[in-house]
Design a protein around this ligand. Structure first.
Ligand code: PXL
Length: 279
């Protein structure tokens, strides 16, 4: 008899879909693993986490990110715990990794556990990170983690970087970037512009090798929203965990983000609150 059956006599209920976030902690709750968990929960998915780093915004330095990596062995142990405690992990979101050592341990864990859906939010540069380190980390992310993703959700800057383009200033270029990233071996690409192409909408491009869709919803403001990208990728992950197709997951995720924007604090960015989304 296992320890579990020894200590529980509660009636058994159906297990919800389960998603794992391999992501950084952003203490204020606006981005990172905290956002992932709240998004999973709001969409009816059980969330678990492997924290890769601890980020604390610095009020004395323009809200720069104070960044402390988690020991690679501890990252491994967290993924092992999640993968073995639960009978199945239905989808994984990979968020901020931050160091080459973290990328190595996540790479090995993705090889070991072969999770069915891996959504990579390719957080390339973190505010306050030193450029030299950032470049090394970006290259490792591209060569080791990107090929393991079944879907990726790059923003404009990340799309241009991953596609090897100077910059992206039009919908046509964003479509081109989505195709190029797909050609690098990622089956599903959601290349995000949000409100940044001046279309008056929040516009993203989805490409899966056959379907090329421009997804648009009314823009909610024009400025950067803290945690919107994390929420979008987490919502995609939750929907995939529930069995949605990648395109349908992307469509729902955009609705989740639109509904969640609008919380304010003392920082100059708007926050997201996933509790406002009522599917
Ligand atoms: O939004 C990107 C992001 C992801 N993960 C963590 C972060 C941030 C941005 O602040 O802190 C942990």
């Amino acid at each position: 008899m296992t320890a579990t059956t020894d200590i529980t006599d509660a009636p058994e209920r159906a297990v919800p879909p389960i998603a794992l976030a391999i992501a950084g902690s952003e203490a204020s709750g606006g981005a990172g693993a905290q956002t992932d968990l709240k998004t999973f929960h709001q969409l009816g998915v059980f969330g678990c986490t492997a924290l890769t780093c601890i980020v604390s915004m610095d009020p004395k330095a323009g809200w720069d990110h104070r960044f402390v990596p988690v020991d690679p062995q501890v990252i491994h142990d967290q993924i092992e715990a999640c993968a073995t405690v639960h009978t199945a992990i239905d989808a994984v979101k990979v968020g901020m990794l931050g160091t080459a050592a973290t990328i190595d341990v996540v790479d090995a864990a993705l090889e070991e556990y072969r999770f069915p859906n891996v959504v990579l939010d390719p957080v390339l540069i973190c505010k306050g990170q030193e450029f030299g380190t950032a470049l090394e980390v970006d290259n490792a992310l591209r060569s080791k983690i990107l090929p393991r993703a079944t879907m990726t959700t790059p923003n404009l800057f990340e799309s241009a970087t991953l596609a090897g383009m100077e910059e992206i200033t039009s919908v046509a270029q964003l479509k081109d970037a989505a195709k190029r990233i797909h050609d690098h071996g990622v089956p599903n690409v959601l290349a995000k512009a949000g409100p940044s192409l001046g279309t008056g909408t929040a516009l993203d491009v989805f490409y899966d090798g056959e379907t090329l869709e421009v997804l648009e919803v009314p823009a909610v403001g024009t400025k950067r929203v803290h945690g919107a990208g994390c929420t979008l990728a987490a919502a995609v992950t939750a929907e995939l965990a529930k069995g949605a197709t990648p395109l349908q997951a992307a469509i729902t995720a955009k609705e989740v983000v639109s509904a969640s924007i609008g919380m304010r604090g003392n920082i100059p960015f708007t926050y997201v609150y996933q509790g406002w989304y009522q599917g």
